[in-house]
Each structure stands twice: as structure tokens, then as C-alpha cells.
Design a protein around this ligand. Structure first.
Ligand SMILES: [Zn+2]
Length: 159
């Protein structure tokens, strides 16, 4: 399993490579979106938010937002480190906090949402680059953790 610093360095290097690749395939805007999404995914939305990690520290005073995630999800379980499901759950938790904030402040829950959906519809390549960047950072993390996921989880279940 790689250290936090190794994860961070690999994330930055991989984000650059992903950004250049996406820029060559789809253009500069999509390359920048993919690289930024990968950096954010790797440094702030890491699967390791399920433990005291560099990613968790980066949230500063807002790190309490991840308390339920840390309490409910065992470290390195399929729910935090599973492909697609981990990223999906982390985004869902942020959406949940956003909804709670909206309910408490009276701010419309969908504030900014129509604009975001419109942007995604108008920029499908950048929307795909965003999703790929976020998920690629999680896959990089899993590879560096040394999880041959299905094998390791199957072994854990048998124990
Ligand atoms: Zn991990």
C-alpha cells in the first residue's frame, strides 16, 4: 500500500498525463477539465477519506463533513475503495450536505443545478472528461493501494 505522499505525487503526475491525453483527443478545454477533476478527485475526494489521511486534512475546518463516511464505512472497504461506487458515494455525501445546508438556510436545493446541467449538456466532452478525471483518480489510488479488488475482497469474505 502506497503512502499518502506517494498517492499525492502519483495523482499530480497522472493528472498531467491524463490532461495532456484528453487535450490531444478532445481539445485543450477537456484536457484542463480532466486534469483538474483528477487532481480534485485524488487530493480532496480520495477513497482514503475513510481514515485520517492527507485528503481529510486538506478539508481543514470542513473535514467534519466526512465524519459519517469515516464512521460508517470500514477503511478500504468496497464502499470507499470500490470502483465507481466509492466516487459515487463520496459525491452523494457532498450532495446530501448541500441539501441539508439548503434546507437549513432556505437556499434553493437546486441552486446552480440548472446552470450545471445546461453546461453539461452543452459541453458533453467536458462532462465526460470530468467524470473520467474523477474516476481515474480513484482507480489510480486503488492500483497504488495494491488492491487486486475482486481477489482481495473475495479473500476477506472467506476469512
Ligand atoms: Zn486507500
Amino acid at each position: 500500500m502506497a503512502s499518502g505522499r506517494a498517492h499525492d505525487r502519483a495523482t499530480l503526475l497522472f493528472s498531467a498525463l491524463l490532461g495532456v491525453s484528453a487535450a490531444v483527443i478532445w481539445g485543450l478545454d477537456s484536457g484542463l477539465v480532466a486534469a483538474a477533476a483528477c487532481v480534485i478527485g485524488g487530493l480532496w475526494l480520495s477513497p482514503d477519506l475513510d481514515t485520517h489521511s492527507n485528503a481529510l486534512r486538506r478539508w481543514g475546518p470542513l473535514r467534519g463533513l466526512w465524519w459519517p463516511y469515516r464512521r460508517l464505512i470500514p477503511h478500504r472497504s468496497v464502499w470507499s475503495h470500490g470502483p465507481l461506487i466509492g466516487t459515487g458515494l463520496r459525491l452523494l455525501l457532498l450532495l446530501g450536505w448541500w441539501s441539508l445546508l439548503s434546507a437549513l438556510t432556505g437556499w434553493p436545493t437546486n441552486a446552480g443545478l440548472p446552470q450545471m446541467i445546461l453546461w453539461l449538456e452543452q459541453q458533453p466532452q467536458q462532462a465526460i472528461a470530468l467524470v473520467i478525471g474523477l474516476e481515474a483518480s480513484a482507480w489510480l489510488h486503488l492500483v497504488l493501494d495494491g488492491d487486486p479488488w475482486p481477489v482481495e475482497w473475495a479473500q476477506r469474505r472467506r476469512r
